[in-house]
Design a protein around this ligand. Structure first.
Ligand SMILES: NC(=O)c1ccc[n+]([C@@H]2O[C@H](COP(=O)([O-])OP(=O)(O)OC[C@H]3O[C@@H](n4cnc5c(N)ncnc54)[C@H](O)[C@@H]3O)[C@@H](O)[C@H]2O)c1
Length: 311
C-alpha cells in the first residue's frame, strides 16, 4: 500500500511539530507548511519536508495540488489571546481567513476525500462559563478576538463540511504544555515560567494568580488529535484533563522543581483572559476512547528536563 501523505500547517511550531513527528513514526509522508513566524526549523525532523509559505499570502491551491495530501492537520495560527486583543484584524487574517483558504483549496483543487483537522480552543471558547467542567454542548461565549476567530473558523468548517463533503474534525484543547513550546511568546505560561526560572529572571503574573486552567501534556494532546482526525465526527471534541490548577500552583510547583527563589511580580489582569476553565472530556472518552495518561507533575518534570537540555 502506498504511503499516506499529511500536510501539517504550522508544523515548525509546538503542537504541529509533535503531530508531524507522530505521523512520520507511523509511516506517513509528512510535509510541513510554515512561515517560521513563531516556529523554528530546528523543530522539524530531518526526514520531514518544509514548504516555506506564508499561508495568508501564499498560493494554497498550488500547495494542495503539489502535495496531494490525504490529510491536513491545520495547526498554523496566531496563538496569543493577549496579542489578539491588540491586533484583532491580524488575528482574524491568520486564524479565520487562512482556515477558509485551506477549505476552499480542498473543495476546489482537492481530490475530494481529504480529512481536515482543526485545532480550536477549549481554554478560551467557553469564556467565563459557570458550568465547570465545560462540555461541548455549552454555547460558546468567546471573550477575546482569538476565541472569536476560533469559533468563527469552527462555523466555516461546519459550512464546508456540509456543502463540500470535506471530512472535517475539530478539537478544543485545554492549555497545552511540553517540550518545544515557545517561551518567548505571550502564550504558554509553563514554557515562559520554566525558561525564566532556569535563567533566574523575574516572572510576571497577570492578575492575582488564582485563575484556573486545565493543562494537557503534548503527547496526550497529539494522540487525541490523531484519533479525532480518523473519526471526523461532526462536532467539536474537548481534549483536557478535567483537573484545574491555578497559575500560582504552577508557579510554586515549578519553583520547587527548578529551585527558583524569586517571588513573582503581580501585574494587572490582561483583557481577554478568563478566570476559570476546566474541560469536560466525556465525549473524548466515549467517542474517541481517549483519556490523558500524563499527570501534571510528570509532564512538568519532562518539560523542565527538555528545557534544561535545550536552554
Ligand atoms: N498552545 C496551547 O496551549 C494551545 C491551546 C489550544 C489550542 N492551540 C492551538 O494549537 C495550534 C498550535 O499552537 P502552538 O502552541 O503550537 O503555536 P506555535 O506558535 O508554536 O505554532 C504555530 C505555527 O504556525 C506557524 N504560522 C503562524 N502563522 C502562519 C502563517 N500565516 N503561515 C504559515 N505558518 C504560520 C508558526 O510559524 C508556528 O510554527 C494553534 O492553532 C493554537 O491556536 C494551542
Amino acid at each position: 500500500m502506498s504511503k499516506k501523505t499529511a500536510l501539517v500547517t504550522g508544523g515548525a511550531g509546538f503542537v504541529g511539530s509533535h503531530i508531524a513527528d507522530y505521523l512520520k513514526n507511523e509511516g506517513w509522508n509528512v510535509v510541513v507548511a510554515d512561515n517560521l513566524s513563531t516556529g523554528k526549523e530546528s523543530n522539524i525532523s530531518d526526514d520531514i519536508d518544509l514548504e516555506l509559505i506564508d499561508l495568508t499570502t501564499g498560493d494554497i491551491n498550488k500547495l494542495t495540488k503539489l502535495i496531494k495530501p490525504n490529510s491536513i492537520f491545520h495547526t498554523a495560527a496566531q496563538v496569543s489571546v493577549s496579542k489578539s486583543t491588540k491586533l484583532a484584524s491580524f488575528d482574524a487574517e491568520q486564524n479565520i481567513v487562512v482556515t477558509i483558504k485551506i477549505l476552499e483549496a480542498l473543495s476546489t483543487v482537492g481530490k475530494g476525500n481529504e480529512s481536515f483537522l482543526f485545532i480550536s480552543t477549549g481554554g478560551a471558547i467557553y469564556g467565563n462559563t459557570k458550568t465547570i467542567p465545560a462540555n461541548e454542548s455549552l454555547i460558546p461565549k468567546p471573550e477575546s478576538p482569538y476565541a472569536i476567530s476560533k469559533f468563527s473558523s469552527e462555523n466555516y468548517i461546519k459550512y464546508f463540511r456540509k456543502n463540500h463533503k470535506i471530512k472535517t474534525s475539530i478539537v478544543r484543547p485545554a492549555n497545552i504544555y511540553g517540550p518545544r513550546q515557545d517561551p518567548n511568546g505571550e502564550a504558554g505560561v509553563i514554557a515562559i515560567f520554566i525558561n525564566s526560572m532556569l535563567n533566574n529572571k523575574n516572572i510576571n503574573i497577570f492578575g492575582d494568580g488564582e485563575n484556573i486552567r486545565d493543562y494537557i501534556y503534548i503527547t496526550d494532546l497529539v494522540k487525541g488529535c490523531i484519533l479525532a482526525s480518523e473519526l471526523y465526527l461532526p462536532y467539536p471534541i474537548n481534549l483536557g484533563t478535567e483537573k484545574g490548577t491555578s497559575v500560582l500552583e504552577i508557579f510554586n510547583t515549578l519553583s520547587k522543581y527548578c529551585k527558583y527563589k524569586l517571588n513573582p511580580v503581580f501585574l494587572d489582569k490582561r483583557p481577554g483572559d478568563i478566570d476559570k476553565i476546566i474541560l469536560d472530556i466525556n465525549k473524548a472518552k466515549n467517542l474517541l476512547k481517549w483519556s490523558p495518561d500524563i499527570i501534571l507533575e510528570d509532564g512538568l518534570k519532562r518539560t523542565i528536563d527538555w528545557f534544561v537540555k535545550n536552554n
